[in-house]
Design a protein around this ligand. Structure first.
Ligand code: FHN
Length: 473
C-alpha cells in the first residue's frame, strides 16, 4: 500500500516536472511534442514499465555533481565496441557487426568457439590512450559486456570471459584502465543488460530468441543477481570509474529490471560514478546523464528517441564512424571529418557531449581509417577547442546554419552552412556590442533589426568546416 502510494506521488511529481519542463521546452523548440502528447506518452511508458521503479528519491552525492560538471566540460569521448564479434567482422554484410550472433542465428555452442581464436596480441593500451588524447578526447566508454554476453574482463561470476576462455588470457579492461589512469583519461563501462548467452535471461526479450540453444526456462531474478554481481566487480576491482553506460532494456520493457537495486548498488559502491542508460526514454531516477543514440538531442531520425523531451541532466550523443559499432570489414561508408566535427559542434550547441565510436580489429589495433579521422579531429580541436571544451549551450539553438556555445562570458557562433553573405541569427539576450572572427579577431559588420541580428560574413572569411564568430553583448 505504502509502495503504491509512493509510486503515485512519484508519477505525479514526474508529470508536474514534465509539464513544467515541456512548457519551457516548447518556447525553445517548435518541434517539441505538445504537452498532452508528452504526458500521454509518459503514462503509457509508466504502464508499460510498471515494474521500473529506478532509484526513487535519489540524491546525487557531491562527488557525483562535480563529475557531472566535469562530464559537461569534457565534450568529446571515444566509444569502443569490442568483443568476440570483432572476429566475424560483420560477415561481409553492411550493418551492425556486433549483432552478428543474432542476425546470423548462431547457436551459443558454435558462437562460443570464437573464444578459442580471440588473441589480440597487438593490443597496446598505451597506443589507444595516446590516440584518444591526440584526438582531443577526454574519456573512453568501452563495452565490458555486449549483448553476446562475453565479459572483456576477469569476471569471477562467469568464466565466459576474456581471461578464462581465450588464448589471450589477459584482462582487457584492467590494462586499459591502468593506462587511462596513467594518462589522465576517464574510463566508463558500457554494460549490456540484454544477454543472448545467459540461460536465466528468461523469458526472452525481442531478440536472442529461438536459435541460441538455451532451454526454454530460466530464473529472471538469478539473471539480475548475476548482472549486479558483474557490475559490483567492475566497480570494485578497477579503481574509480567514470560511470556505467547501460544498454539493452529496450529488449524487454515489461521485465522486472530491479533498477532501484542496480542503481543504488552503483551509487553506493562509487557515489561519483555517472549512470546513464540507452533505454531511449526520459531518464529514470538514479540516472546521472541522458543519452541519445545517433541523434542530436530532441531529434528522432533513428526512431529510437520517442519521448523527445530533453532533461536537465548532462547530455551525450553517440555516433558511429561508418554504419557499425563493432568492426565491420565490408563497411567503408565512413563519415567525413567535416561531418563529424560539425556533429561535435552541433552537440556542443545542445550542451551535449559527443561520444564517437570505433570498433577495434581482432588483432587489437584500431582501424587506420578511424585513426586518421580522429587525428584530423584532434588537429581541429587544437585550434578551436577553446570554443568547445568547458562550454555550455549558447543563446541560439542549433539550426540549419549552425550552433552556438558559451563559456566565461564569451559567446561563439559556429557557422557551418552558408546561404547568402548576410546571416540572420535571430535575437540575442542583450544588445550586441561587437562581433569578431575567432581566427583573426577582425570585426564584422552587423545590423540589429526588430526581428533580430543580421551578420555580414564576406566570402573571404568563410571556412570550410566552421566559421567561428565571437560575440560580445
Ligand atoms: O544494440 C546496441 C548496439 O549494438 C550498440 O551498442 C548501440 C550503441 O548505442 N546501442 C544498441 C542499440 O540501441
Amino acid at each position: 500500500m505504502i509502495f503504491k502510494h509512493q509510486k503515485m506521488i512519484f508519477i505525479g511529481a514526474r508529470l508536474i516536472y514534465l509539464y513544467q519542463h515541456n512548457t519551457a521546452q516548447q518556447k525553445l523548440n517548435h518541434k517539441s511534442m505538445n504537452c498532452k502528447k508528452l504526458i500521454t506518452g509518459f503514462i503509457i511508458s509508466i504502464l508499460l514499465t510498471g515494474s521500473i521503479m529506478a532509484q526513487t528519491g535519489y540524491q546525487p552525492a557531491e562527488k557525483n555533481l562535480q563529475n557531472r560538471e566535469w562530464f559537461q566540460d569534457a565534450k568529446f569521448g571515444l566509444f569502443i565496441h569490442w568483443g568476440l564479434y570483432c572476429q566475424m567482422a560483420g560477415g561481409g554484410d553492411q550493418g551492425i557487426a556486433e549483432w552478428i550472433m543474432n542476425q546470423k542465428k548462431i547457436p551459443i555452442a558454435q558462437y562460443e568457439k570464437l573464444t578459442n581464436f580471440f588473441n589480440p596480441t597487438s593490443f597496446n593500451p598505451a597506443e589507444w590512450v595516446s590516440m584518444v588524447k591526440k584526438a582531443g578526447m577526454k574519456y573512453i566508454t568501452i563495452t565490458s559486456k555486449h549483448h553476446e554476453g562475453f565479459a572483456m574482463y576477469d569476471s569471477k561470476v562467469s568464466d565466459y570471459n576474456v581471461v578464462k576462455r581465450t588464448p589471450y588470457g589477459k584482462d582487457i579492461i584492467k590494462q586499459l584502465k591502468d593506462e587511462c589512469d596513467k594518462q589522465g583519461i576517464k574510463l566508463f563501462f558500457y554494460y549490456s543488460q540484454l544477454d543472448w548467452h545467459h540461460p536465466d535471461y528468461f523469458p526472452r526479450g525481442n531478440t536472442g530468441q529461438g536459435f541460441t540453444g538455451r532451454p526454454e526456462k530460466g530464473d529472471w531474478n538469478k539473471y539480475i543477481d548475476y548482472m549486479n554481481a558483474q557490475l559490483a566487480e567492475l566497480l570494485t576491482n578497477y579503481g574509480e570509474v567514470g560511470g556505467i553506460w547501460f544498454d539493452g532494456m529496450w529488449d524487454k520493457w515489461d521485465a522486472p529490471w530491479r533498477l532501484d537495486e542496480t542503481y543504488s548498488l552503483i551509487h553506493k559502491l562509487q557515489p561519483g560514478a555517472l549512470v546513464g542508460s540507452n533505454h531511449h526514454k526520459f531518464p529514470f531516477p538514479g540516472e546521472d546523464f541522458q543519452m541519445y543514440e545517433r541523434d542530436l538531442p530532441g531529434e528522432n531520425s533513428m526512431g529510437f528517441n520517442h519521448m523527445g523531451a530533453i532533461s536537465d541532466l548532462p547530455l551525450e550523443m553517440c555516433e558511429t564512424m561508418n554504419g557499425s559499432w563493432g568492426f565491420n570489414l565490408a563497411d567503408n561508408n565512413y563519415k567525413s571529418v567535416k561531418q563529424l566535427i560539425q556533429t561535435l559542434i552541433k552537440s556542443s550547441g545542445y550542451g551535449a557531449n559527443f561520444l564517437l565510436n570505433t570498433g577495434p580489429m581482432p588483432n587489437g589495433k584500431i582501424q587506420p581509417e578511424n585513426v586518421d579521422t580522429l587525428m584530423a579531429m584532434g588537429k581541429w580541436l587544437d585550434k578551436y577547442g577553446e570554443t568547445i571544451y568547458g562550454t555550455r549551450k549558447g543563446p541560439i539553438k542549433p539550426t540549419n546554419w549552425g550552433a552556438s556555445t558559451q563559456k566565461d562570458g564569451k559567446v561563439w557562433l559556429h557557422v557551418l552552412n552558408f546561404g547568402e553573405e548576410n546571416l540572420f541569427i535571430g535575437k540575442l539576450p542583450a544588445k550586441l556590442k561587437s562581433a569578431r572572427f575567432f581566427d583573426d579577431q577582425s570585426t564584422l559588420k552587423f545590423k540589429e533589426t526588430e526581428l533580430g541580428i543580421i551578420l555580414n560574413i564576406p566570402d573571404s572569411k568563410k571556412k570550410p568546416i566552421d566559421t567561428i564568430i565571437q560575440l560580445e553583448y
